[in-house]
Design a protein around this ligand. Sequence first.
Ligand SMILES: [Zn+2]
Ligand SMILES: [Zn+2]
Length: 173
Amino acid sequence: MFVDVSEIRNSPGHRFHYDLTEEIKPVVVGNDEIRFAKPLVVNLDILNTGKTLVFNGRIKGDTELVCSRCLETYPFHLDAGFTEEFCHASDLAELAESGQDTEEIHVYDGNRIKLEDIIIENIVLGIPMKSVCGENCRGLCAVCGANLNKEECDCKTEDIDPRLAVLQKYFES
Ligand SMILES: [Zn+2]
Ligand SMILES: [Zn+2]
């Protein structure tokens, strides 16, 4: 996934806008593989500051996550924004001399900027680690494992600590 910046590089003070659609391979987040059925939409605003190119981007896509309470998959809409700054390798020395902190600045060569790593990084940041299908998800019964969103069970679960539930079952049998 590359952006051709040859024209922007020669236009200090100008801003360019791009709407890209990108196919992306499954991204590993924690124990899950995040797959996007349709290509991601990437909206890019690129500003040539004279010394650097500042990318303001938005990544949108639809995927499925597994609920951490009920373990069912549910649709998740990713909408992640990012800002990244790029400096051409040949301008880096000058930028550093001007006193600007270059630690956070990406260096590129030639006329193309690779976006893939930034997009993957932002997908990882945009996916909640412990996600739930909905605020009201009732999860699984700690005793019988029934999905309480779909069925009621007869287990007495009030005030039972899930860790003690196993023990209680043991004493009942
Ligand atoms: Zn759930
Ligand atoms: Zn139950």
